[in-house]
Write a new protein. Sequence first.
Length: 218
Amino acid sequence: MATSFDSIYALNQNIQNNIKLKSYTDNIYYQKLYYWLINSIGFFSSKCYKNLNNKTDFSQELFEFEGDGIQTQFTLTPTPPSNNELYIDVDDNEVSKTEYSYDSVSGVVTFNTPPTGCIYVASYFIGEFSEDLSINEMVILAQAMNIGMVESSLFSDINLDQVAYSDGASFHSQGNHNKATNTIKVDHVKMVKVMINEYTYTDSPNNLKGLSGGTHDV
């Protein structure tokens, strides 16, 4: 049974609570999360009892059309895989899924009302691991994503507070901001290392619980 990348993202509260992330279009949102997940996989893969490299990566295809206010049907060529998700906007305004239908066999998008303007269609696959990951494995991956996230410019001062689980104090100067970012990153690395060491002890597939050589060092 496969494990969707989305099930990992759902376990990361910083992703769920981040206002800036929610401002992106769906395909860009998942593209950004995918980059952080890849960083997380690199951190955990050598210690994980599952093959994290056996996966189907995030992918997307982009299409553009010009709506004339008359035509309602537009064909995506080449036809995207049938299990892909769709994001559509017209002149940068998102189109609700209730305002169109999509035939995944023919690749035809049919709008309820003829659109006028630039039509942008993104067909994307969120990604999945081929193996069925345990909840511990998913939590470690979700937590390790924070390491890459705090390195990016995505986080404002208030976002850094959320990631650090602090008392809500804000960082004002650029120097303090950079110092806080580094401190938070170090804290997350330590946290993930502890989680991985606990995992290698408790989740051993042979149930040896580290007796043969102790827990692995990270």
